[in-house]
Design a protein. Structure first.
Length: 473
């Protein structure tokens, strides 16, 4: 019996000679230019297949098998297809390996919180079950973790649909177009029945009745079907449609994680100080630099100022609920408020110090088409600040819009019990809605400073004069 190669050569004289690699089927890579040969697989020579070196009697004799290069290429194509289906083509870089679980320049408490969020997301990615709700401010890392979950699932060859909520609604609206290649029913079913659905930025969409209804249908279907779902949002759950919220907070279905880390994009700037804050203008105001004015004030006013000082210092150590300092201009209320904020920033915690009229100007500026910061982000930055100092309340222009914005701000922080410091002139005329919140002694401690303005009073000189007089006596 002739060898197989000889028989084939006799029948097909034009068949190319086999190369030195007996496992490669008809490799003619040596005839290619040298620069092209460098790009060919060294195993199969670029054919993508190999012949197994087995006896003629073996059942796999003559069969071609895929080369490693072809297997790897097909795996990459399969992953690319999955990423395209999952809307993850541009987010492949967001992985758990690329995430920094200890953050950058965080306090110990925030570092533990961020690491816990990382571990919870990693655990969910390994075995997606139930719902995972990631809450937090802009740039805290929640979208990175959600995308990392999707990439981890896709790497296992499974499907995960990642979509930003406003984009999802746009995709659904586009199916109503007569030129749409996909019918609405098909697109809607792909979304609501996805094996793993990741909805990023819930709450960032326009809250039209149609949008609310579509989202409720998606959440309700997945809730009843118990399909794995990940949701991220920078909104409080109380701000989300109550029908959706009732499903998000089900303890049997959902795990809710609030990330406390600040915006990582601002890791290169001083932590805890926002561009909105004017705290830098009060950098010299601290508890150490505060003048108790003991030699200037009478006993009652001096004791009152000392109580205000001690109260402010205790609040700085453990901020809870509200303080409302009132008194004459220059009595020291702004100095004490700034001292609290500076103390928190020095300890690594964020604090926002802003004069009320300036705050309203910043909010108005966001309506400018050229504003780099949208209104929602700016307003959220203020109302969700871990510590907020509102200086000079009552000096703003009392327009209906200003009144409404201040009420929304105060009402949110009141209900969320977020530490807040307010300074205002004595007997300032506040609107009843604001006044009712500030005068609630269950949440707010009003403190009137009785000392008059210290401006223009040479306290130190008076003190030295008195000392000289005492010496003379």
């Amino acid at each position: 019996m002739k060898p197989l190669d000889d028989a084939l050569k006799q029948q097909y004289p034009d068949l190319p000679e086999p190369s030195g690699n007996n496992n490669s089927p008809g490799n003619d890579s040596e005839s290619l230019p040298k620069e092209e040969q460098e790009w060919l697989c060294p195993i199969c020579g670029g054919t993508g297949y190999l012949r197994q070196d087995v006896p003629v009697s073996h059942p796999d004799f003559g069969k071609l098998i895929k080369c490693k290069c072809r297997v790897q290429e097909q795996d990459e194509k399969r992953l690319d297809k999955l990423r395209a289906i999952s809307n993850m083509g541009t987010m492949a870089r967001f992985t758990f390996d690329a995430f920094v679980p200890d953050g950058i320049g965080l306090t110990e408490a925030r570092r533990r919180n961020l690491r816990m969020a990382f571990e919870i997301a990693d655990e969910f990615a390994k075995e997606p079950e139930g719902w995972l709700i990631l809450l937090g401010g802009y740039g805290c890392g929640k979208t990175h973790l959600a995308a990392a979950i999707a990439n981890c699932v896709i790497a296992r060859g499974q499907t995960a649909l990642f979509v930003v909520t406003p984009d999802l609604l746009d995709h659904l609206r586009s199916t109503y177009s007569p030129y749409s290649a996909v019918a609405y029913d098909q697109r809607f079913e792909e979304i609501r029945a996805a094996p793993l659905l990741i909805l990023d930025d819930l709450g960032a969409h326009s809250s039209t009745p149609w949008a609310q209804e579509k989202l409720f249908q998606i959440f309700n279907y997945r809730y009843n079907a118990q399909l794995p779902t990940v949701v991220t949002s920078n909104h409080e759950l109380e701000e989300i449609d109550i029908r959706i919220r009732s499903r998000l907070i089900d303890p049997d279905m959902s795990r809710i994680m609030t990330i406390l880390a600040p915006d990582f994009r601002q890791s290169g700037v001083t932590q805890g100080i926002s561009e909105l804050s004017s705290l830098s203008l009060h950098a010299d105001q601290s508890f150490d630099s505060f003048d108790m004015r003991e030699h200037e004030l009478d006993r009652e006013k001096a004791e009152n100022l000392k109580r205000a000082f001690n109260f402010a210092r205790n609040f700085a150590a453990n901020p809870q609920d509200w303080i409302a300092f009132s008194g004459a201009y220059g009595c020291g209320k702004t100095h004490l408020a700034a001292s609290i904020a500076n103390e928190r920033v020095r300890s690594g915690e964020p604090a926002l110090f802003v004069v009320v009229p300036d705050l309203l100007d910043h909010l108005r500026a966001t309506f400018n088409p050229n504003s780099p910061t949208p209104y929602d982000k700016r307003f959220d930055e203020v109302r969700k600040s871990p510590l907020l100092v509102l200086d000079d309340l009552g000096t703003e222009s009392a327009t209906p819009w200003a009144e409404e914005k201040l009420y929304q701000l105060f009402n949110h922080r009141y209900n969320a019990r977020l530490p807040t410091i307010v300074t205002m002139a004595k007997d300032v005329d506040l609107k009843p809605r604001l006044k009712s919140l500030i005068l609630d002694v269950g949440r707010c401690t009003p403190f009137e400073i009785m000392a008059p303005s210290y401006r223009g009073l040479p306290t130190r000189n008076i003190s030295k004069t008195r000392k000289r007089r005492t010496t003379r006596r």
